[in-house]
Design a protein around this ligand. Structure first.
Ligand SMILES: *Cc1c(COP(=O)(O)O)cnc(C)c1O
Length: 273
């Protein structure tokens, strides 16, 4: 039995993601309370040391407590913490968008739309793809193709695209219909008329257990999308910012998507991206 008031408040008031709360709240379960980090090391409230082996789920790519990031945040905080992007703009947002565009050949992926996190990045790409086809006079193109075992986040549209049952099956009744493909061969048998876009985690499906796609897959997929009038969405929420050895996983096959979804590494693990 744990009499720590913090643990007792935790067990009464906090709900954790993808966690069986009955087991979590059991009297003999002692949750790890993290209090400090430095580089790849985290410490808990008992002073025990942990290696943050998955970079706090693929987000913290520069290490905890990084002096340059800390200094930048502190300096910004002394000016203003948050302003709306609706009807105004600000230098950090402009500079970041310019830097991101600079990662790609000029004219491609030139514009950044800021959302909240990986799931909402996917939501935005989905909505933009639907809008694109409406404006092109093809409103019937509003369905999406996603792969088996894909993970694209937990908001409703993103979860509709996901193919890992444990994350999505309970909400199947409110998901929109998605054409699900096991691989490239299955994609090429689809009728493209009503399809807006294909979404894929390039190079590797992360949440599915680090499942690597065969080499050449992205290039072939790009070719099929171009030949059949479909947009291509790369979800690089996991792979982005160096995780695959290149800045972006799509660079391995020199293939560009129409939409690139970024989040985890973009936040350095400091923000809710
Ligand atoms: C984590 C992840 C997401 C969802 O990002 P959140 O920031 O958790 O909403 C989407 N796609 C992939 C490939 C991810 O790994």
């Amino acid at each position: 039995m744990n009499n720590d008031p913090l643990i007792s408040a935790e067990k009464q008031h906090v709900w954790h993601p993808f966690t069986q709360m009955q087991a979590w709240c059991a009297p003999d379960h002692e949750p790890i309370v993290l209090v400090e980090g430095q580089g790849s090391i985290l410490w808990d409230s008992h002073g025990r040391e942990y290696i943050d082996g998955n970079s706090s789920i693929w987000t913290n790519i520069h290490g905890h407590n990084h002096p340059a990031i800390n200094a930048a945040i502190k300096s910004q905080l002394d000016k203003v913490a948050h302003v709306s992007f609706l009807g105004s703009t600000n230098a950090p947002a402009i500079e970041l968008a310019q830097k991101l565009a600079g990662c790609f050949p000029s004219g491609s992926l030139a514009r950044t739309f800021y959302s909240d996190d990986g799931s909402t990045a996917v939501e935005v790409a989905v909505k933009m793809a639907v809008q694109y086809w409406q404006l092109r006079g093809r409103p019937e193109k509003c369905r999406f193709v996603a792969f088996e075992n894909a993970y694209h986040g937990d908001t409703t549209a993103a979860a509709s695209l996901g193919g890992v049952d444990i994350f999505t099956s309970r909400f199947a009744s409110i998901h929109f219909p998605v054409e699900r493909a096991a691989n490239l061969d299955a994609i090429s048998s689809l009728t493209p008329d009503c399809l807006a876009a294909v979404i894929v985690e390039p190079l590797v499906q992360g949440a599915a257990g680090i499942r690597v796609w065969p080499p050449g897959m992205l290039r072939s997929l790009r070719g099929w999308c171009d030949a059949n009038d479909l947009l291509l969405i790369f979800d690089e929420v996991l792979t982005g910012f160096g995780r695959s050895g290149r800045l972006f996983a799509c660079e391995h096959e020199s293939v560009l998507p129409d939409f690139l979804c970024l989040a985890k590494g973009l936040s350095g693990g400091y923000f809710f991206f």
